[in-house]
Design a protein around this ligand. Structure first.
Ligand SMILES: [Zn+2]
Length: 62
C-alpha cells in the first residue's frame, strides 16, 4: 500500500496500484479542484503526470 498526497490540498490517497490511486486522484480533482483540471494545458498535464509517476515510484510501501 502506497500513499500519495493531493498536490492542491492535504487529502491523502492510498492504494496497492498506480491505476487505482490515479482514479481516486482524478475523481477528487474533478470534484474538489475542477478549475485546476479543466484549466490546464496538455503540457501542464504532462508535467503533473511526470510528477505523479516520480512520487508514486518513490512512495514508501506502508
Ligand atoms: Zn485535493
Amino acid at each position: 500500500m502506497k500513499k500519495i498526497k493531493c498536490y492542491d490540498c492535504d487529502l491523502q490517497f492510498e492504494s496497492e496500484t498506480r491505476e487505482d490511486v490515479l482514479n481516486q486522484l482524478y475523481a477528487h480533482y474533478m470534484k474538489d479542484h475542477n478549475e485546476i483540471i479543466t484549466g490546464v494545458s496538455e503540457e501542464e498535464k504532462k508535467i503533473w503526470m511526470d510528477k505523479f509517476e516520480k512520487d508514486w515510484s518513490e512512495a514508501e510501501d506502508v
